[in-house]
Design a protein around this ligand. Structure first.
Ligand code: PGA
Length: 261
């Protein structure tokens, strides 16, 4: 059993180590985060990477594409698992996370299509698809490095406040605030799906390394609570305090509410 699992069972009280890197601006964050991931792939070409969507990692993906084109960063053996996908949106819909990943990374690097995994939000049996997703992650030996963004409400993946820390991949209902935040990608808020398939918090916590990214002053509250507040299901990202290998990249805005020494 991992230490964080003992913690949530009340057996372990110590908060573990986190490396926090405050970047001068978004470009520096994109570059440093891409470098972190690229280093893993260079050291171990068979790396199993957990990928995130949303506005935050777009710049990091651009950097990775540049590294592929200019420095030969090789994705051919990497295996990827995305955190989440909306339920009920066709994969060629521009707002689906399948389309996002193709547009922002996969169409521009030499990743093998067979090595790409994204939750299936169109399955006739969503629960079975979730079980199979968990099994697939296990079958490749687990995720080596997981990229995460954070929601304004502290969510990671689509694990909204109140999600138990031992959750695994499942169908989740999106909160009003998440649908509102993501409505910027859709024509109207009514078009934003109400449900998604998301890796669970336990799935995420089983990654060997986690890289959390946050940009902008609007994420400052969520980040301060996640990193320095109590570990609570009210702030799903606070569980990361219990993971033994987390690196956090924030710009000055997102880090502006961290306590000063
Ligand atoms: P964002 O989303 O990168 O679009 O801000 C992050 C998240 O909701 O996890």
């Amino acid at each position: 059993m991992l230490k964080w699992e003992e913690y949530i069972m009340g057996k372990y009280k110590e908060v573990l180590f986190m490396k926090i890197i405050i970047c001068a601006n978004e470009q520096e964050l994109d570059r440093k985060a891409a470098e972190e991931l690229a280093n893993h792939i260079r050291r171990n070409p068979d790396t199993v990477v957990g990928l995130a969507t949303g506005g935050t990692p777009v710049g990091m993906y651009k950097q990775l594409i540049d590294m592929h084109k200019n420095e030969g960063l090789d994705f051919s053996r990497a295996i990827t698992f995305n955190l989440d996908e909306y339920v009920g949106i066709p994969y060629d819909h521009p707002c689906s996370y399948h389309a996002y990943m193709n547009d922002n990374l996969f169409d521009h690097v030499n990743i093998s299509r067979d090595n790409i995994n994204i939750p299936d939000g169109l399955s006739e049996s969503l629960e079975q698809a979730c079980t199979e997703y968990e099994e697939k992650i296990k079958s490749v030996g687990g995720i080596d490095i997981q990229i995460l963004g954070i929601g304004h409400n502290g969510h990671i993946g689509f694990n909204e406040p109140g999600t138990p820390f031992d959750s695994i991949t499942s169908v989740v209902e999106l909160t009003a605030s998440t649908r509102e935040a993501n409505s910027r990608f859709f024509d109207s808020i009514d078009d934003v799906p109400t449900h998604a398939v998301s890796m669970g918090i336990k799935t995420i916590m089983h990654a060997k390394k986690i890289v959390l990214l946050a940009k902008g002053a609007d994420k400052a509250d969520a980040m301060a609570k996640a990193l320095y507040g109590p570990v609570t299901t009210d702030v799903p990202a606070s569980v990361l305090q219990l993971h033994p290998n987390v690196t956090v990249f924030v710009d000055e805005g997102a880090g502006s509410k961290f306590p000063t020494k």
